[in-house]
Ligand binder design. Structure first.
Ligand SMILES: Cc1cc2nc3c(=O)[nH]c(=O)nc-3n(C[C@H](O)[C@H](O)[C@H](O)COP(=O)(O)OP(=O)(O)OC[C@H]3O[C@@H](n4cnc5c(N)ncnc54)[C@H](O)[C@@H]3O)c2cc1C
Length: 354
């Protein structure tokens, strides 16, 4: 069977792949996105749907936002603090709605998204995929973008391992609550954290921890026990889990590129990854269009990620001091020695800068 050729082939229709695809198509490039999920399932990635207002509001329309919050409630073992700002700090978004909207935008710009198609072999710029009906298809391209998430095949194919991966678990339960809560409870979550994020008609309750903190199954057990003490019965309820990659080792490898989780651009500390995925997707698109285009936006996120790494490494090296580190963090928030934005990946300007 003859292969299909395109200028740019993107593997993965998550926020990173779709942001990259849209910008390329808007600039006249022929783009194909391959996605293993069905059309209806684009964007159904496990996620708490928390997005930083400053970063994402410039990237997605306000009417996609489910709830927004000027107050953040942060708890440690012994203290709590309410971080209050005049403008919203964080909002929640439904991942499926975001995915659907991003896919529509990309298609409108001229992108071809081929769903139900799982890539199973990569040989340089030649990619083989299997369709839902079991047919094999071959694609060739001038540029290949790996936007295939934290267990990226494109990344593996480049010979780059992903060692810094942390498990995240999310329960999306029916109901409502008012406060957006972050729990740096070292007894339950080690040097990870638990969250309660209100959505429109549901509540996201979950936990995340960096690599080496505790196993995913232990984290889940602790989450269920912790949530039950807070009045949420998660036992036996459906939950979703996935790994979050914060192991950045580069994004440009000749004609092959990595964006989002595939590039390991999420925060190891908070697990925030939607913003880095969209920004890196757009940055790589600009770079493909014009090789002299700067990648300062990625550099700025990597700088922030390294800062987060230092906090993780300190907690990992001194587990006994983990609680002390959490209490210090809360104390610093209380005394306004740091602000909430120090924890966000979105503080840096989209096109770079501090
Ligand atoms: C429990 C949990 C909670 C989270 N909460 C938040 C949060 O509140 N806020 C936030 O900002 N981030 C959060 N994240 C992280 C966020 O979900 C990711 O960082 C983000 O989705 C990364 O986007 P991406 O486009 O790089 O990859 P993904 O969204 O993972 O998209 C990758 C796409 O590639 C497709 N794909 C993979 N392999 C293949 C293949 N072989 N062939 C074809 N297609 C393939 C997948 O189906 C998928 O659609 C959370 C993660 C977890 C696990």
């Amino acid at each position: 069977m003859p292969s299909i050729h395109t200028d740019i082939l993107i593997i993965g229709a998550g926020p990173g792949g779709l942001a990259c695809a849209k910008l390329l198509a808007e600039n006249g490039r022929k783009v194909i996105v391959l996605e293993r999920n069905s059309k209806e399932k684009i964007g159904t990635k496990v996620c708490a749907g928390g997005i930083t207002w400053d970063g994402l509001i410039g990237l997605v329309p306000e009417d996609l936002i489910e709830r927004s919050f000027c107050d953040q409630y942060v708890f440690s073992n012994y203290q709590d603090v309410v971080v209050r700002e005049k403008n919203p700090i964080i909002a929640t978004i439904n991942r499926k709605t975001l995915g659907k909207w991003m896919a529509q935008q990309a298609i409108r710009a001229g992108v071809e998204i081929i769903t139900d198609t799982r890539v199973n072999a990569i040989d340089g710029l030649k990619v083989t995929a299997i369709t839902g009906s079991g047919k094999s298809k071959t694609f060739t391209c001038s540029n290949l973008v790996g936007a295939d998430g934290s267990t990226s095949m494109v990344r593996r194919n480049l010979g780059i391992s992903a060692d810094n991966l942390g498990p995240g678990i999310n329960y999306q339960i029916a109901g409502s609550c008012e406060k957006m809560e972050w729990h740096l409870n070292s007894k339950a979550f080690g040097y990870g954290y638990g969250w309660i994020f209100p959505h429109k008609e549901t509540v996201s309750i979950g936990a995340y921890g960096p690599r080496g903190n505790m196993s995913g199954s232990q984290l889940k057990k602790n989450l269920i026990k912790w949530a039950s003490k807070r009045g949420y019965d998660l036992q036996g309820k459906p939950c979703q889990a996935a790994l979050i990659s914060y192991d950045y080792r580069g994004h440009a490898f000749g004609s092959t590129w990595l964006v989002g989780d595939a590039a390991g651009l999420a925060s190891g500390l908070t697990g925030e990854g939607i913003y880095p995925a969209i920004v890196s997707g757009e940055t790589v698109a600009r770079k493909i269009i014009d090789s002299t285009s700067p990648d300062d936006a990625i550099t700025a996120m990597v700088k922030k990620q390294q800062l987060h790494h230092r906090v993780i490494n300190l907690s990992a090296k001194h587990p006994a001091f983990c609680s002390l580190i959490m209490e210090t963090l809360i104390m610093m928030l209380r005394l306004k020695l740091i602000n909430f934005h120090a924890l966000e990946m979105a503080t840096a300007d989209r096109r770079g800068g501090g």
